[in-house]
Write a protein of this length. Structure first.
Length: 333
């Protein structure tokens, strides 16, 4: 066969996504574009280290919905991956067993490093032919439970899709909100505590990832694309409008700060924000703000680069999962 049809499911801390695509030597073509459901599987996991029954039931409902879609679209293979919250949950066996009983496929709890690799594969593949986007790339995958920094492609000897180093930090939008931002809107003291927490994690990550080598920052995940859409002043979210946009830091920082300090009721008036992100998007924006600032400082210090913008990408973990699975099947033939 010259192509295969595969399905990928990415189950994160805040949302679960399904995509079905045909993969060949040229890449992936969507058959069923991304289906997203916000289920907040990781609700309370940072504190209790367990999935709540309510969170599990919301997730199972989405999995049953995905099963119905898959029944209508036969595939050659399916891969279900679970990330940050599932890595931390002591009762994850119950989750894995129930999902397997519904889908016939057992979730794979992947490491932060593999999560980073798959996100980098997708993001770098989507921009490698764009001469305006200069390697090395630092891909930032900012989810509900974790934030991955992935550096790769030196633009000369190393392929632009090859990872050089990666680090996963437990500072996603849900974790930061539950850990620090308790008031609505958050107090200055809460924000300061969150910044200290975030910066400590970034400093640890920089011991592994030489972020200062980057020439381009690529941001993936719901937080990044949502904040980009808000910075673009889109009246409602538009995947095609956001994908590939280069956003300047000055605009991004102002919008991040504005929505961090908004009440949830104020955020709810913006159709650009998915209802399932309204309560945590401020925490995610704060993480994003600090990552951009710290990487920019490191790049200026380490090789005199002036990074004052980032590229937003709709191609993250789920797309990398699809590409990797499809290519593995083709290589095995």
């Amino acid at each position: 066969m010259t192509s295969v049809t595969v399905a990928g499911i990415d189950c994160g801390t805040n949302s679960i996504r399904l995509k079905i695509a045909r993969v060949d030597e040229h890449g992936a073509t969507d058959i069923v574009p991304r289906v997203l459901r916000v289920v907040r599987l990781g609700q309370g996991v940072d504190e209790t280290h367990r999935f709540s029954e309510e969170a599990l039931e919301r997730t199972y409902a989405a999995v049953r919905e995905f099963k119905a879609i898959l029944d209508e679209h036969p595939v050659d293979a399916i891969r279900f991956v679970a990330t940050s919250a599932t890595r931390d949950a002591e009762n994850r066996d119950e989750f894995e067993n129930t999902v397997e009983s519904i889908l016939g496929v057992r979730p794979e709890v992947i490491s932060g490093t593999e999560e980073a690799d798959l996100s980098f594969l997708a993001a770098s593949s989507s921009v490698e032919k764009n001469p305006a986007v200069q390697a090395p790339y630092l891909v930032v995958d900012l989810g509900g439970g974790s934030c991955e920094l992935v550096l790769g492609g030196d633009g000369t000897n190393t392929p632009t899709t090859k990872v050089e180093s990666a680090f996963s930090m437990n500072i996603g939008s849900v974790r930061m909100t539950e850990r620090h931002l308790h008031h609505d809107p958050p107090t200055d003291e809460e924000v300061a505590a969150a910044v200290d927490d975030i910066d400590a994690h970034i400093s640890e990550a920089f011991e592994t990832v030489e972020a200062g080598k980057a020439n381009t920052i690529i941001g993936v995940s719901g937080t990044v694309t949502t904040m980009t859409a808000l910075a673009m002043r889109l009246p409602e979210y538009d995947h095609s409008a956001v994908d590939g946009v280069r956003m300047d830091f000055e605009t991004a920082f102002a919008v991040d700060d504005k929505f961090l300090h908004m009440s949830r009721a104020e955020r709810a008036t913006y159709k650009t924000i998915h209802p399932g992100r309204i309560d945590v998007v401020g925490g995610g924006a704060l993480v994003w703000n600090r990552v951009l600032a710290r990487v920019s400082e490191a790049a200026r210090r380490d090789h005199g680069a002036h990074i004052d913008s980032y590229v937003a990408s709709e191609h993250g973990l789920l797309d990398g999962l699809i590409l990797d699975l499809g290519r593995s099947l083709l290589d095995a033939q």
